[in-house]
Design a protein around this ligand. Structure first.
Ligand code: SF4
Length: 389
C-alpha cells in the first residue's frame, strides 16, 4: 500500500481539503517535500481509480487550420495563402476516419481554428463552395458524416460555442471540449500570449463551459502552463474548473498541458516549464480535484513522460496510432506498445476508453437518437471500449 510509504504529515495533506494558499505554495516545493507531494498525489489517484490508467485511441482531424485568433504559442494556425493552410474536404475527413477505424480507434478528435470566416473572405468562399455558411455548420455535417459512415465517435474542439451550437453539436458527438487555459485576462494585453486572440477571453470560455454544464454535456477542459501566468493564476484556473464541476457535474477531464517552444512562433524565446513544474502542477491538480479525471499528454513530456504517473494523472488522453499531433507536430505520440510497457512498469493496467469517460456515459445513452445507440454499441458494461484491453 502506498499509504504506508508516506509520512503522517503527508497523510494529513491527503485528508484535508487543500486551501488556495497551500496549493500555491506546493507549486514551488523542492527538496524532500517534492517526492512527498508526488507520493500524496499518487495515493489520491489510487483512492479515486485504483490500478488503472486510461487512454482514448483516436484519429486527429484538423478540419481547418485557419483561425481568427493569433495565440503567441500556436504553431497550428495559418492565414489563407500561407504554406500549409488547409481546410479538409469531406473525402479527406472520411479517409482519415476509416483508416483510424481499421486501427481500432474509437474517437475522431475534430480540432480546428476558431471561426476563421469572420475575418477571412477566402474562408467564406471555401465554405460557400463546400455548401455551408459557417465553419461550425461544416463541422456539424462532418461529425454527422463520421458518425453515419464509421464506428468512430466525434469529439469536437472548435473554440468558443454559443448555447445553441453546444446543443447542435451534442446531437452528433457524445462529448466536446475547450481548454480554459488560464483565468488571467492580462494575457490578452499587447505583447502577451493571448494578444489578438478574442476567443481567449477567460470570462467567455467560463461562460461556455457553464452552458455545456446546463445542457449536461460531458466536457473536457484544462490548464495551459508556461504562457506568462503566475503560480496563483494556475491555482485560480484549477479552482474555477472545479467550481464549474461542483455546480454542474459535467467536467469529465481536466488536462494539464505544458507550453513547448517552437522556432516559428511569436513566443519562441519564452522559457518552457520544467518537468518539475509540470509534475508539481499535476500533483496539485490531483489534490485539489481528488475525484476528477486528470490527464497530461505524454508527448509533451517525452522522453520522461512516465513520471506523470508518479504525480497522480489517471489518463493519457487521446493517443493516435495513425495521425500526428497537429498542434505539436514535432512531438510525436509514443508508440502504443511503449506507452503500455511504461504504464505497466509503474504498476498500472492500461485500458482504452471512449472519448466520453465511463462515469459520464449515462449523460449520453439517455439522449435521443443515433449518438446513444453508437455509444451503447461500443461500450462494455464497465463503460470502456468493448473487447479492448
Ligand atoms: S491556439 Fe487555437 S485559438 Fe489560438 S491561434 Fe491556435 S488554433 Fe487559434
Amino acid at each position: 500500500m502506498l499509504t504506508q510509504a508516506i509520512s503522517s504529515e503527508a497523510l494529513e495533506l491527503l485528508e484535508t481539503p487543500l486551501t488556495r494558499e497551500s496549493a500555491v505554495r506546493l507549486l514551488s516545493v523542492n527538496g524532500i517535500e517534492f517526492p512527498a507531494l508526488l507520493s500524496v498525489a499518487r495515493e489520491a489517484k489510487e483512492r479515486f481509480k485504483p490500478g488503472v490508467i486510461t487512454y482514448s485511441r483516436k484519429v486527429f482531424i484538423p478540419l481547418t487550420n485557419l483561425c481568427r485568433d493569433y495565440c503567441g504559442y500556436c504553431t497550428f494556425r495559418r492565414d489563407p495563402g500561407q504554406p500549409g493552410a488547409l481546410t479538409m474536404t469531406s473525402e479527406q475527413v472520411l479517409e482519415v476516419a476509416r483508416a483510424g477505424e481499421k486501427m481500432g480507434c474509437t474517437e475522431a478528435l475534430f480540432s480546428l481554428g476558431d471561426k476563421p470566416e469572420l475575418i477571412f473572405p477566402e474562408m467564406r468562399e471555401t465554405l460557400r463552395h463546400l455548401g455551408y455558411k459557417s465553419t461550425l455548420q461544416y463541422l456539424e455535417a462532418m461529425c454527422e458524416l463520421v458518425l453515419l459512415e464509421t464506428n468512430l465517435l466525434p469529439h469536437p474542439n472548435p473554440g468558443l460555442l454559443s448555447a445553441e451550437w453546444i446543443r447542435r453539436l451534442a446531437a452528433v458527438s457524445p462529448s466536446m471540449g475547450i481548454m480554459l487555459e488560464s483565468t488571467n485576462d492580462t494575457l490578452l494585453q499587447l505583447g502577451n500570449a493571448h494578444y489578438n486572440a478574442p476567443d481567449k477571453v477567460p470570462a467567455k470560455r467560463l461562460h461556455m463551459i457553464a452552458e455545456a454544464g446546463k445542457q449536461n454535456v460531458p466536457f473536457t477542459t484544462g490548464l495551459l502552463i508556461g504562457i506568462g501566468e503566475s503560480l496563483e493564476d494556475r491555482v485560480d484556473t484549477l479552482l474555477a474548473i472545479r467550481e464549474l464541476h461542483r455546480r454542474y457535474g459535467h467536467i469529465q477531464e481536466v488536462i494539464i498541458q505544458n507550453f513547448r517552444s517552437k522556432a516559428d512562433i511569436p513566443m519562441r524565446d519564452a522559457p518552457e516549464p520544467t518537468q518539475g513544474d509540470m509534475l508539481r502542477t499535476v500533483a496539485v491538480a490531483r489534490l485539489l480535484m481528488p475525484d476528477m479525471n486528470i490527464q497530461a499528454p505524454p508527448n509533451l513530456s517525452a522522453p520522461y513522460y512516465d513520471e506523470l504517473l508518479d504525480a497522480g494523472i489517471n489518463d493519457w488522453g487521446g493517443i493516435s496510432p495513425l495521425t500526428p499531433d497537429f498542434i505539436n507536430p514535432e512531438k510525436p505520440w509514443p508508440h502504443m506498445q511503449q506507452l503500455e510497457e511504461r504504464t505497466n512498469a509503474k504498476g498500472y493496467r492500461l485500458r482504452q476508453r471512449l472519448p466520453v469517460y465511463p462515469e459520464f456515459l449515462d449523460a449520453v445513452t439517455t439522449r435521443p437518437g443515433l449518438i446513444a445507440e453508437r455509444v451503447k454499441a461500443i461500450a462494455d458494461r464497465d463503460g470502456y471500449v468493448r473487447s479492448a484491453a
